[in-house]
Design a protein around this ligand. Structure first.
Ligand SMILES: NC(=O)c1ccc[n+]([C@@H]2O[C@H](COP(=O)([O-])OP(=O)(O)OC[C@H]3O[C@@H](n4cnc5c(N)ncnc54)[C@H](O)[C@@H]3O)[C@@H](O)[C@H]2O)c1
Length: 358
């Protein structure tokens, strides 16, 4: 088990701004990338937080990530938009893609946004939150163009990525329902975090390079690699494949291939469906029924081993409140990798460490 640092949010943001400046990003891009990554840490998804920066730096240095790039409209059919991210920072491309889709959905009632060639879009829940803040329901099907790391149900070898599925539903008088998960049993970043911390992953998540069950996270981190299994047996596998078909083949015109394993880039394709509940002309009933349903869930008695029933989005909000108050833990290995990445970008790692320490 490696040691942990705990950083207060403000100094951590300041330190990460120094690192992201090393990409040559404009000020707004630095803010967008840092805020999005630190938010992932705050919500408890360290796998998609600042620990991604070393990967982004390696991708940038080999030409897989282009800073200061903005989303481009490729095909405009009114309520259907096809966009290209031109391998720009996903934190910028994702936000701009959603802003375009939100404007259309508010005007037309709905919008389908097909996005290709974005660099890593991070925590997809951020995009559902953006839509929900505008009062919209949203669905997001995402593929990952990188080394395949998840095995198809019944398969002994990885065939695709951790393909997240995400949905957001605005709710009356309470924060939105945000369902946001990788279709693999665990996010790949969580195997990286476990590997860096010297911990095992839970039973039933991984197979080794010969297709045998293992708890060693190294089999998804360093060669010879095995594969992560999908969640929910054949059902999760079906959803993972749907994400590849919709986010990859349909939205991006690009599915993951085995040769992607030789590159450091992580690209995402995403098909997002945005819907304004007002367009259905039944908002009072929707709000009354949705509100009552969520209240009934929250009021349900907890069974043995559980403290209480939660709804999707609540664990992240609780973690955000806790880490905002107490600081963000970062394991020493991940921290060193971030400092090394800063150096590779021409940024003085001592300055980064000093800024984080406040
Ligand atoms: N960009 C990419 O390529 C990529 C790839 C994979 C995953 N991701 C991101 O990784 C992140 C982590 O994914 P994950 O699979 O580890 O998430 P996870 O297993 O932690 O599941 C998170 C979801 O489950 C809900 N949840 C958790 N506990 C709950 C409870 N007790 N009751 C009700 N709901 C509960 C959360 O609110 C959230 O919606 C996500 O943000 C995802 O978008 C991104």
């Amino acid at each position: 088990m490696s040691d942990m640092h705990v950083f207060a949010v403000g100094p951590l943001r300041a330190a990460m701004r120094l690192v992201v400046a090393g990409f040559g990003s404009a000020r707004e891009e630095i803010d967008a990338v840092v805020d999005n990554l630190v938010e992932a840490n705050l919500t408890g998804h360290d796998s998609h937080g600042i620990g991604m920066l070393p990967r982004y730096a390696a991708s940038y240095l080999e030409g897989g990530l282009k800073p200061n790039t903005h989303v481009r409209v490729v095909h405009d059919a009114g309520a259907v938009l096809r966009l290209d991210g031109d391998t720009g920072f996903g934190q910028v491309i994702g936000h701009e893609a959603m802003a375009l889709g939100i404007e259309r959905a508010k005007r037309l009632g709905t919008c389908v946004v097909a996005l290709g060639h974005s660099h890593h879009l991070g925590r997809i829940g951020a995009w559902a939150e953006q839509a929900a803040a505008a009062g919209l329901v949203s669905l997001h099907f995402v593929n990952v163009v990188s080394r395949p790391i998840v095995a198809p149900f019944g398969g002994a070898r990885a065939g695709f990525g951790t393909n997240p599925f995400t949905a957001g539903v605005p709710l009356p008088g309470r924060p939105p329902f945000i369902l946001d998960f990788a279709t693999s049993r665990i996010a790949q970043g969580k195997t990286r975090v476990a590997y860096n911390k010297g911990e095992l992953v839970p039973e039933g998540c991984l197979i080794d390079d010969r297709g045998r069950p293992t708890r060693e996270p190294r089999f998804s981190v360093v060669p010879p690699t095995g594969a992560i299994l999908t969640f929910g047996e054949h059902k999760g596998y079906g959803l993972a494949a749907l994400c590849e078909l919709l986010g990859g083949a349909l939205a991006a015109g690009l599915v993951g291939h085995r040769e992607d394993g030789t590159r450091m880039r992580v690209w995402n394709g995403m098909l997002s469906v945005l819907l304004d509940p007002a367009a259905l002309g039944n908002v009072p009933r929707f709000e009354a029924e949705a509100g009552a349903f969520v209240e009934s869930l929250l009021g349900a008695p907890a069974r043995e081993g559980f403290e209480r029933v939660l709804v999707a989005g609540d664990p992240e909000r609780a973690m955000r409140a806790e880490r905002t108050a107490r600081g963000v833990p970062v394991d020493a290995t991940t921290w060193q990798q971030i400092l090394d990445a800063a150096k590779s970008l021409g940024v003085d790692p001592r300055g980064v460490h000093a800024a984080a320490a406040g």
